[in-house]
Design a protein around this ligand. Sequence first.
Ligand SMILES: [Fe+2]
Length: 284
Amino acid sequence: MAAKHVYDLPRAGVQSDWTMPQNWELFTPGEHAVWDQLIEQQTRAVASMACDAFLSGLDILRLPKPGIPDLVELNPRLRAATGWEIVPVPGVIPNEPFFRHLSERRFPAANFLRSAEALDYSEEPDMFHDLFGHLPMLADPVFADFMVAYGKAGLRAEGLNAVDQLGRLYLHTVEFGLVQEHGALRVFGAGLLSSSSETVHALTAPGVRRVEFNLARVMQSDYRFDEFQRTYFVIASFEDLLKVTAETNFQPIYDRLRGRPLLASGAACAGDRLVSVAALSGAT
Ligand SMILES: [Fe+2]
């Protein structure tokens, strides 16, 4: 039976901003063991494919005691790096509080973990996706500033009826983004890094479009929840991503895109600049 959506669950203990106590002491030995297994297997799986910022940010998750990170121990380490902190929430939360948390350097993380029977899959983003996938990048000062800029843009998009367009920026970067680094393609998207099979697909599968990042193109590009993406966007650097997000007036782009059909994942678009994996690796 499908799990009930978090909106339908009782909200006992959940505040008006959707945060809740972590209640670390209530996690069972079995849940701690699932976390340790996931961390070990996924860290190994993405070691050669993740970008430098992600790999160094992983250190924040290496706490003295094993098991699910206790936010009392974790948050001071993240705060010291970039001023961000993790706030527990029951699951996916509505847009407005999500954007507000980001704009104020709080990352909402689901306070539940997938089961031992479904290590490779969580119906909704769970604690492993949110902490393993997202936290390491929040320890990078430039990416951390980008996420604040995105949160502020989200609050503005709410008033411009443009959350869907803006949300595609998040999906194609924060969740599924690739970056050129050391003459190769590396992964920084949390949706990829918490799934090693899609990480391999994004970097190596033939027939996948890997397109240089272009803001309007990204905002017009559909994405797939039911299968791996067929288009991935490649940024040149996190500095570039921060600059374009913090300094662009999105409203003319929203206005221009309104009413236009979405580009399907894998579809070609005039002006696309494709990134060739072979060219980057120096192959002929
Ligand atoms: Fe995510």
